[in-house]
Write a protein that binds this ligand. Structure first.
Ligand code: XIL
Length: 453
């Protein structure tokens, strides 16, 4: 696997993402502070864990793309690799979105979870509605796996080979595959996937198997028997589509019992839904729930990491699938990190900064003469304090700082980076800190946008 990440990159694009500049008069600009926490992927990598998200290929530009690239080190295509997406018409394949997501992941030094090869849902009509002999089904399944896994050989680190094989009571789900091939379809699918890419980690993935219960025990018994038979199985995916306040108390114990079988465990589709509208009490409970899931994974060495099923509420399947419910992900509809995001940061050992929008920086030119000017940046906070601040900007017309007071600034080319002085590092909730500078200019002296961190 390509998942060793000892020196993760900090992604400037994402640090800048979401910055909004409002020019006021000719001399002032305002920038909204945004999350300046160490990216989740870096915190997770430092703990030896993956932090992933499901993504929609068409959205991987702008702020969505910036966050997906900067914050996560694993990506799962939310729909793009499902059978109905890749072979809508028999024999006619469409790999466009899947290819795009894999290329995006490679460009951002991310691993891909392939999702999913053999499932009862989101199959193309021709397959789902066809009438097949067992021999035909067997060939269809083998060929599909060989083609899809083969296409991404060496580029997809882990596959959800079989998805959702069990009923709630632990019996096998009656599906196209089970009904035609019996429970042996699972071993057959795993064997075909191993043949197509020996290096990919092969998973069985299901929901409502997070705690110890009848369904997870059936999955446990299956994995145990597959291991005993020498069938290639590397991991178990616990989807974790959870309900607010209902993280199973036995989550860690359950992860551990699978790990003790000698397989990896991944939280593959985490979201925590609530009845809408969200309010601060629900968001606080959700944060506690996210932290509990993170902590359970962190506590078990063989838990490889956590993937959220969409990182923003604007890209979550919950509202359309569970009417009246939503707000299930770590970022709100407008990409502002929610308390759940900060809970993940804290669980991973990072320090979380104030909510986005709590602090603003206003740059103004307070006086200007033929070749010089005096300016200032005022950082104000409302709703949370800021401790240990950084402020940066890029001059747009060749301006140069000549002296600075109440901050430590360096200028490299057009780029200015400032940090607090020893005595003014805290901007209190409801208060402000101002630092000033002299500079030179010629031609024009436009106001830059300031990024707070
Ligand atoms: C969901 C997608 O997020 C939706 O966009 C789609 O309409 C339905 O499927 N378990 C899984 C995922 O394994 O593939 C599902 O994804 C969510 C439940």
């Amino acid at each position: 696997m390509r998942s060793s990440r000892t020196s993760p990159r900090v992604r400037l694009a994402a640090l800048l993402a979401g910055a909004v500049t409002v020019g006021a008069l000719v001399t002032a600009g305002t920038t909204t502070a945004h999350a300046a926490d160490t990216p989740l992927r870096d915190l997770a990598a430092a703990r030896g864990k993956a932090m992933g998200t499901a993504v929609t290929g068409s959205k991987l530009t702008g702020t969505y793309g910036d966050i997906a690239g900067a914050q996560f080190n694993w990506l799962t295509p939310g729909n793009a690799m499902k059978w109905e997406s890749v072979e809508p018409t028999r024999g006619s394949h469409n790999w466009a979105e899947a290819d795009q997501i894999v290329a995006f992941a490679e460009a951002h030094d991310q691993d891909v979870r392939g999702h999913t090869l053999v499932w009862h849902s989101q199959n193309p009509g021709w397959l789902a509605n066809g009438s097949w002999t067992p021999a035909q089904l067997s060939t269809l399944m083998n060929d599909h796996i060989a083609l899809e896994v083969g296409r991404y050989k060496g580029r997809v680190a882990a596959w959800d080979v079989v998805n959702e094989p069990f009923n709630e009571d632990g019996t096998y789900r009656q599906t196209l595959w089970y009904n035609g091939l019996g429970s042996g379809y699972i071993a057959q699918a795993l064997t075909a996937a191993r043949a197509a890419d020996p290096a990919a980690k092969l998973y069985i993935n299901d929901y409502n198997v997070e705690g110890v219960n009848a369904k997870s025990t059936a999955l446990y018994n299956l994995v145990k028997s597959l291991k005993e038979q020498g069938v290639p199985i590397d991991g178990v995916g616990l989807q974790a589509h959870l309900i607010l306040g209902q993280v199973p108390a036995t989550l860690q114990q359950n992860i551990q019992r699978f790990a003790d079988l000698g397989v990896d465990v991944a939280i593959t589709e985490l979201d925590i839904r609530m009845n809408l509208p969200a309010d601060s009490a629900k968001l606080a409970q959700q944060a506690a729930d996210y932290k509990a899931v993170m902590n359970a994974c962190l506590a078990v060495t063989r838990c490889t990491g956590v993937t959220v099923w969409g990182f923003t509420d604007s890209d979550s399947w919950i509202p359309s699938t569970f009417p009246g419910q939503g707000a299930a992900t770590p970022y709100d509809d407008n990409y502002a990190p929610k308390p759940a995001y900060r809970a993940i940061v804290e669980a991973l050992g990072g320090t979380s900064t104030p909510p986005t929008g709590a602090c603003t920086a206003v740059y103004s030119v307070t006086s200007q003469w033929n070749t010089g000017f005096t300016g200032q940046v005022k950082i104000s906070c409302a709703g949370a304090a800021l401790s240990g601040w950084k402020a940066g900007w890029t001059f747009g017309a060749g301006q140069k700082l000549t002296s600075v007071w109440n901050a430590n600034c360096t200028q490299t080319g057009a780029t200015v980076s400032c940090a607090n002085a020893s005595y003014n590092g805290t901007v209190p909730d409801g208060g402000s800190v101002t630092f000033g500078f002299n500079g030179s200019w010629s031609g024009s002296n436009p106001v830059p946008s300031v990024t707070l961190g």
